[in-house]
Design a protein around this ligand. Structure first.
Ligand code: PGA
Length: 247
């Protein structure tokens, strides 16, 4: 049985003071007995939010990382810095980073490896554009993202990765994929993983769905066979996030 994992992606929202307030509000509302819960907060909020969450079962995640250890990379954050600050999960290759910051599959693969080297859990994002879906190449595109993202990793490492399937047309648009559409792609991702590794490995890897998940649609989406959790953007900034976790 794969344990469900619900991660909030706060994106570029919340000052440190606001982040502390939101974390304090949510800490008492989410039930972490049977679900892993993660708040992926802006870098500057990591330390204060870790402080608030100390002693709880909620983990802190980052939304990005650089793939070098240290040095002359103005403006970047190293995996060791994140680890040291208390980060347990790192989102890698979110579609917004791929689109606005030119992150390629090669860069994503380097970041995944670095995050694993530092014993944190990568949340590796993949997903198709509306055009790709309309052209009927959703699965081809996602298979390629998965193959490149997992490139060079053995099954032992692969099992530690969380995959987040996020159709780009469903992110922040209020348009959720139907539970059947989401299940179909998540099953396809698991099939690809079983081709790269083995069925046994593929069955261990957790796959999240993301894209306009909210308190109302969470239960149905999370009931699907190959969907092991959610990556939640907009709704993670509100008390509604607790409804998703407690679905
Ligand atoms: P959304 O974002 O829930 O606001 O659609 C999801 C994400 O980008 O991770």
């Amino acid at each position: 049985m794969r344990k469900k994992i619900i991660a909030g992606n706060w994106k570029m929202n919340k000052t440190p003071a606001e982040a502390v307030e939101l974390a304090k509000t949510l800490i008492n509302k989410v039930n972490t007995n049977t679900v892993d819960v993660v708040f992926c907060v802006p870098y500057i909020d990591i330390i204060p939010v870790c402080d608030v969450l100390k002693g709880s079962n909620i983990s802190v995640g980052a939304q990005n990382v650089y793939f070098e250890e240290s040095g002359a990379y103005t403006g970047e954050i190293s995996p060791l810095m994140l680890k040291n600050a208390g980060v347990k999960y790192v989102i890698v290759g979110h579609s917004e980073r791929r689109e606005y910051f030119n992150e390629t599959d090669d860069i994503v693969n380097k970041k995944v490896k670095k995050v694993l080297e530092h014993n944190m859990t990568p949340i590796l994002c993949c997903g198709e554009t509306l055009k790709q879906r309309e052209m009927g190449i959703t699965m081809e595109h996602i298979k390629m993202q998965i193959k490149k993202g997992f490139y060079g990793l053995n099954s032992n490492d692969a099992e530690k990765i969380i995959v987040a399937y996020e159709p780009i047309w469903a992110i922040g648009t209020g348009k959720t994929a139907t539970s059947e559409q989401a299940q179909e792609v998540c099953a396809g991702i698991r099939q690809s993983l079983s081709e790269i590794y083995s069925n046994e490995t593929a069955q261990k890897i957790r796959i999240q769905y993301g894209g306009s998940v909210n308190g109302k649609n969470a239960a149905e989406i999370l009931s699907m066979n190959d969907i092991d959790g959610g990556l939640v953007g907009g709704a993670s900034l509100k008390e509604e996030f607790a409804d998703i976790v407690n679905y």
